[in-house]
Design a protein around this ligand. Sequence first.
Ligand code: NDP
Length: 250
Amino acid sequence: MPIYPSTVFITGANRGIGLEFVKQLLGSKNPPNKLIASCRKPAEAKELNELSSVNPAVHVLQFDVTDFDAIPKIVSDTERILDGVGLNLLINNAGIIHRSPLGGVTLDEMRTEADINCIAPVLIAQAFVPLLRKAAEASDVPNMSCDKAAIVNITSKVGSIADNRGGGRYAYRASKAGLNAITKSLSIDLAKENILAVVLHPGWVQTSMGGPDALIDTVTCVQGLLNVMATLDAQKSGTFWDYKGEQIPW
Ligand code: NDP
């Protein structure tokens, strides 16, 4: 396990890639002291609750990322849990997909995907800047890193305009392309504060979103993402990578 952030906040931690992030971070030889795992329905998050029941580092918070009015409370709850220290790593992982063809695209799916995949991550990042800043200021390591202060937004290659050869997926492509654009701005605006921001593509992964025919399992995906995260520094802030460490064009 190549990254050692002391404090982590993640969205959509109850299943799929988010849950695997929690497992692998906890399995590290130097696991986080505080891992705030948020999800929409903690009462139904069986595996996550089991992990938190045996590991005092894990704090489960109820958070629907489209409940924008709840963000200040999520940040203050996180601040209380962190108890005086900053946040090293924010992972905006929660996401949804619609696959309607052009004739089936609806206003509702365009808006819902924009809310979850694009608008929520920027509002969450904005609200967590003070805690990320606190972590960056407390660190004596000069270069940016995921151990120091970082925003990792889980995007998709489908959000790459340069890579679009298949058409379709209007709502998903637009929401992830928007997330990519936002992440670039975060990287520029937060560079002076030593806070890193990147977008990572997890691969085509066997989750309920990726389906059973996907190319890799969540273990391979998250191992790859963590390896890539370990290579991130100031020069790589504001860039777009896949889980194998290949850079993706915007
Ligand atoms: P899953 O469908 O397995 O999990 C999605 C997660 O997002 C769930 O935890 C879900 O919670 C959560 N979520 C959805 N809506 C909300 C919301 N409004 N508030 C809070 N949480 C929410 O998908 P993956 O694990 O595969 O996807 C994780 C990320 O990876 C997403 O951003 C996705 O776009 C991206 N990705 C995945 C790929 C793949 O092949 N799987 C490919 C490229 C990108 P709940 O259980 O409550 O619904």
